[in-house]
Design a protein around this ligand. Structure first.
Ligand code: ADP
Ligand code: MG
Length: 233
């Protein structure tokens, strides 16, 4: 089946237009995102900083098309995610978004290289080619040789985060969304991960959004936006 998405090849990155998101809160609604607008171009590394509870994860969930906003638009490479049906939105996410969640959700029984290959069943590269690409990506994030055949419990926190990042890149996403990638790491390893994300943003031309509450790590980003009570400035 050919859809509008298949024919659209231009990468324009991520745009949010006047996005408002509320959650049920007893009788009332809690406003997690309050008329948020944001543009991130390909190759641009944007950080969103703000205190806990300010709406950062909600912002990423909406940008990832995992939560539908009450109003406003989410555009991925110019495609309005809100106008798509569930199937098309799932395809959009698979083909154009790379997501690194706050909790590492690696599968305990799989090796690093298998964490990437498990996604392949939905993509259709040839197995040998997929494995070569997975190994190449893991090496590019600093996991080489025998480490690629380790399971999550045999890797350090920083190494697990590198597997998460490589996995997010496996589908060659236009938009890379990363939630608090350094929260489980010491300062030095956290700084290494941010440097890696900066390099990836250049090398893969991703429109990258990293959410963090750690302001010491913002030296390598192109732009820092502040989130407060659901408002972005
Ligand atoms: P941050 O990532 O900056 O800590 P969140 O986006 O997780 O902020 O949360 C923003 C606000 O929305 C907080 O007040 C939080 O309690 C609330 N919130 C987050 N998720 C939910 C949910 N699933 N249901 C109800 N309220 C939520
Ligand atoms: Mg959060």
């Amino acid at each position: 089946m050919t859809t509008a998405l298949d024919t659209l090849t231009t990468r324009t990155g991520l745009a949010l237009r006047d996005v408002t998101l509320t959650y049920p809160d007893g009788e009332a609604r809690l406003t997690a995102l309050d008329a948020v607008s944001l543009d991130v171009a390909p190759g641009e590394f944007t950080a969103v900083a703000g205190p806990s509870g300010s709406g950062k994860s909600s912002l990423l969930a909406v940008a990832a098309t995992l939560l539908r906003p009450d109003c406003g638009e989410v555009l991925i490479d110019g495609v309005d995610a809100g106008a798509l049906g569930d199937r098309e939105r799932t395809a959009l996410r698979r083909d154009r978004l790379g997501i690194v969640f706050q909790q590492s959700n690696l599968l305990a029984s799989l090796t690093a290289v298998e964490q990437l290959l498990v996604l392949e069943s939905v993509r259709g590269r040839r197995p040998r080619e997929a494995r070569r690409r997975a190994e190449e990506l893991l090496a590019s994030v600093g996991l080489e040789g025998a480490k690629q055949r380790r399971r999550p419990h045999q890797l350090s926190g920083g190494e697990r985060q590198r597997v998460n990042i490589a996995r997010a890149l496996f589908g060659e996403p236009s938009v890379l969304l990363v939630d608090e990638p350094t929260s489980a790491l010491d300062h030095e390893r956290g700084a290494q991960i941010v440097t890696l994300l900066a390099e990836i943003t250049r090398a893969h031309s991703t429109a990258t959004v990293m959410v963090t509450h750690d302001r010491d790590l913002l030296g390598r980003v192109d732009r820092v936006l502040e989130m407060h009570d659901g408002r972005l400035s």
